[in-house]
Design a protein around this ligand. Sequence first.
Ligand SMILES: *Cc1c(COP(=O)(O)O)cnc(C)c1O
Length: 362
Amino acid sequence: MTRLIEPQPGILDITLYQSGTSHVAGVENVIKLSSNENPFGAPESAKAAFAKAAHTLHRYPNTDHFSLRKAIGDVHGLDPERIICGVGSDEVITFLCQAYAGVGDEVIYTEHGFSMYKISALAAGATPVCVAERERVVDVDAILAACNEITKLVFIANPANPTGTMIGQRDIARLAANLPSQTILVLDGAYAEFVEGFDGGAALVESRDNVVMTRTFSKIYGLGGVRIGWGYGPKDIIDVLNRVRGPFNLSEPQLAAAEAAVKDRDWVEKCRDDNTRLRAWLAEALMELGVPSDTSCANFILARFLDQAEAEACDDFLKQNGIIVRRVAGYGLPNCLRITVGDEASCRRVAHVIGQFREQKK
Ligand SMILES: *Cc1c(COP(=O)(O)O)cnc(C)c1O
C-alpha cells in the first residue's frame, strides 16, 4: 500500500531556527556574543528561587501562574487577569498564530523581523507575508499597504532584532489605529527593558482592543536557559490564548525564578545602565575602525561591513580568536554581523580583534 502520511500544509516550508553557536572547534574559553544573553547571568535572587524549587520537583506545578502574574502586574502596573505566561515569549507567539491564523489567513512580519514570526505562522498553516523595511527600520506605511481582509496578525519587535532599531510611539499608535478590524498588532518587547522609561507598548494595549504585547525573561533578566516569557492583551484575547495553552506549560522552578527576577528592580537597572554605557563604547570603537552601525536600542549592535565577503571573513577571524558573533544573512543582512554587548572585557576584546582584522587586510 502507498504510504500517504503527510504533515499539515505549511509545515514542510519551515526552515529550522538557527540559534547562535556556542562552540569553536579547538578553542577554549570562547566569548559568546551571538545570542543577546545577559553577560552577568541571572540575578542571585532568581538562582536562589530556582534552587529552592528543587525541593518540590515531585509536585505538579501551579496551572494559573497567579503569583508570577501578580508580581509582573505590580511591577509594571498591569492587570494580572490580562497577562499570560509561556515557555519563552516564543510560546506566546505560537499561541497567537495557533489561535488567530490558519489556512487562508495572512500573517505580516517585516524584512529583517525575528524568524519565529514566520515559523509560527507556517506552523499554524497561515501564509507569512514579508513587508519591506526602510534602511533597517520598520515601515508603518508599508505594513498598512500590505494589509487586506485576510490579514490576521502583524508582528513587530520594538526595539527590533537583529537591527536594534526602534520606531516611535506615534507611529505604533498610527499602525494600531489603521489596521483592518480583524487584525491583531503584536508588539514584541523582548528588548523593552533596555530602553529607559519605555513601557514596551503597555499603554497602547490599555487604550485599544487590538494590540497584544509580548515580553521575555530571556534577555535583561538573564533567564534564557529557563524559557519563560509573557504576554499582555485585551481580556478576550488572553482568554482565547489560555484555551490553547497547556495547563502545565511552566514548571515551578521556571515560575519561581521569573518571579524573583521581576521583583529584582535593582538588577534590571544595573544591567540596563551597564548595557547603555558599554553599547555606546562598542559602537564608537567599531565606528573608529570603519565599521558603522545604526543607533541600537537593544543589547547588541548590528555591525555593517562593506559586503558579505568582508562580513564573513571578519566572522571567521573572530571565531579563530575565540569570539562568536552572529551572522544575519538569513535576516536579509548578508553584509552585517550582530554582536551582543558583553561585559567590559568582552567589548574591549571584540573591538580589539576587529581592529586586528581591519589591520591585516591593509
Ligand atoms: C530573544 C527574542 C525573544 C525572546 O524569545 P524567548 O522565547 O522569550 O526566549 C523574542 N523576540 C525577539 C525579537 C527576540 O530577539
